[in-house]
Design a protein around this ligand. Structure first.
Ligand code: CMX
Length: 440
């Protein structure tokens, strides 16, 4: 086995023994109760999942294996002379549960380089789609075409022992992550750059290579990609993309099928697609106002217009967070360092000063603060990446790190098929009339 695979297996064996012990003694303890409102309203606040890779605190934001984003920026390995963490290091941390050394992160870079070959039929499948197809549709189609390469599917067909599931799932996760930058860059160059493709550079790190294959050689754009790929990677287990990947994987659908399912969820405007919606919204505002430097008063009017139209303000609000998303703050810091005078970035900051009090005044929005998607697009536009329909693909490449590390854990812990109970309103009414606990 490979070094990282061995370490993962050792950690998983120890965790399995520990969890078995916890369940033996405490398995009947209650960790919450479910109200009728929660059953009808998106299961908010129900703790019903175990996800090892990260934990979201409503006030503090995301922690990956206990480490906040600023801590990761300080502690994770970087490229020589670089200032942002290598996503390879974050993947190691999520998978193994320990901070990687520089050697560990470099080892993952070289493993992903080695595994990055994408067979031609994947490109042909993407090519079969009309050029006006949304990049996220091209992306999941590409991932589905790549499913022919699944080790897990092949091993399962041969009759693998359930104790060994984790092994080909691990290999699929590594292969898939290694191949995603090539697929993403291919889609970008096909749709926006005359189908002129750029070969990978075997000397670059995973995120640097993605930037290179997309045609962006600026070192500070590569730094942005390293930061971007790190902060979008995981947000505990209940969000749509992570939960879907976990749910579909629980049916023993292989990692390609599970990840593609999750990314179809990321492509929704209330989730990952919000990053394109934010820039689209700002561009439309600029056009309507006839200026690329709107005042706070003009922005406030435009926000009111959006709300009056029965639409959400994209990039604001969250189902769990109740403060400014630290992923927003990390991008703001990047903007202050690399492009403090950029007009669009400054507009994003003015929107940040304008939107929260307006949303608060509605009296129903639980979190008026910005999420990760409120900032990302403006940084990309700064480097010339103006094709905002592509933005969710970048989110998807990053999200692979978290959801696939989690899928390795799901199979290593032998988690069963997920199947919560549902009820009908008819059954609810009968229960309210005292006709018994019909869902028992
Ligand atoms: N603009 C306007 N109204 C908003 C709002 C926003 N940004 N955020 C929440 N609301 C509204 C909801 O639509 C809901 O209204 P109704 O009662 O009329 O249906 C009400 O406030 C209560 O919602 P909530 O409990 O505060 O928020 P939810 O947990 O239901 O939803 C989220 C969370 C993110 C879907 C929502 O805040 C939203 O739609 N935000 C805009 C889209 C967005 O930025 N999504 C990206 C999230 C991050 C990510 O996954 O990438």
């Amino acid at each position: 086995m490979g070094i990282i695979k061995d370490r993962f297996k050792a950690k998983a064996d120890a965790a399995n023994a520990e969890i078995k012990d916890i369940l033996k003694t405490h398995g009947n303890k209650k960790i919450g109760e479910v109200t009728l409102a929660q059953a009808y309203q998106g299961m908010r606040g129900i703790t019903g999942l175990v996800t090892e890779t990260s934990l979201l605190d409503a006030q503090e934001g995301i922690r990956f294996r206990g480490y906040s984003i600023p801590e990761l920026q300080e502690k994770l390995p970087k490229v020589p002379g670089g200032g942002e963490p290598l996503p390879e290091g974050l993947f190691y941390l999520m998978l193994v549960g320990e901070l990687p050394t520089e050697e560990d992160a470099n080892h993952i870079t070289s493993v992903w380089q080695r595994r990055s070959h994408v067979p031609n039929h994947v490109f042909h499948t993407i090519d079969a789609l009309p050029i006006n197809t949304h990049p996220m549709t091209m992306f999941v189609t590409g991932v589905m075409a790549l499913q022919t390469e699944s080790n897990f599917a092949k091993e399962y067909a041969k009759g693998i022992n359930k104790k060994e599931y984790w092994n080909p799932v691990y290999d699929d996760a590594m292969d898939l992550i290694a191949r995603l930058p090539r697929i993403a860059a291919y889609i970008y160059r096909r749709k926006y750059k005359n189908n002129e493709h750029i070969q990978p550079n075997g000397l670059l790190d995973w995120a640097g290579n993605l930037a290179h294959m997309m045609g962006y050689e600026n070192e500070s754009f590569k730094e942005l990609m390293r930061l971007y790929m790190t902060i979008h990677a995981d947000h505990e287990g209940g969000n749509v993309s992570a939960h879907t990947t976990h749910l579909v994987g629980s049916a023993l659908s292989d990692p390609y099928l599970s990840y593609a399912a999750g990314m179809n969820g990321l492509a929704g405007p209330l989730h990952g697609l919000a990053n394109q919606e934010v820039i689209k919204w700002i561009f439309e505002m600029q056009e309507q106002l006839g200026t690329d430097d709107p005042t706070k008063e003009q922005i406030a009017d435009y926000v009111q217009k959006t709300l009056a139209g029965g639409k959400v303000v994209p990039g604001y609000g969250h189902a769990v967070l109740r403060k400014t998303d630290p992923r927003f703050t990390a991008q703001m810091e990047f903007g202050k360092k690399h492009m403090p005078d950029d007009k669009l970035v400054n507009t994003v900051w003015k929107v940040y000063e304008t939107v929260p009090p307006i949303l608060e005044s509605l009296g129903k929005v639980k979190n008026p603060w910005p999420n990760v998607d409120a900032h990302s697009g403006a940084l990309l536009v700064h480097y010339g990446l103006v094709e905002y329909e592509f933005y969710t693909v970048l989110f998807a490449v990053s999200r692979a790190l978290g959801v696939l590390a989690s899928l390795c854990w799901d199979r290593a812990l032998g988690l069963p098929i997920e199947r919560p109970k549902s009820v009908t309103t008819e059954a609810v009414k009968e229960w309210l009339e005292g006709k018994g606990e019909i869902w028992e």
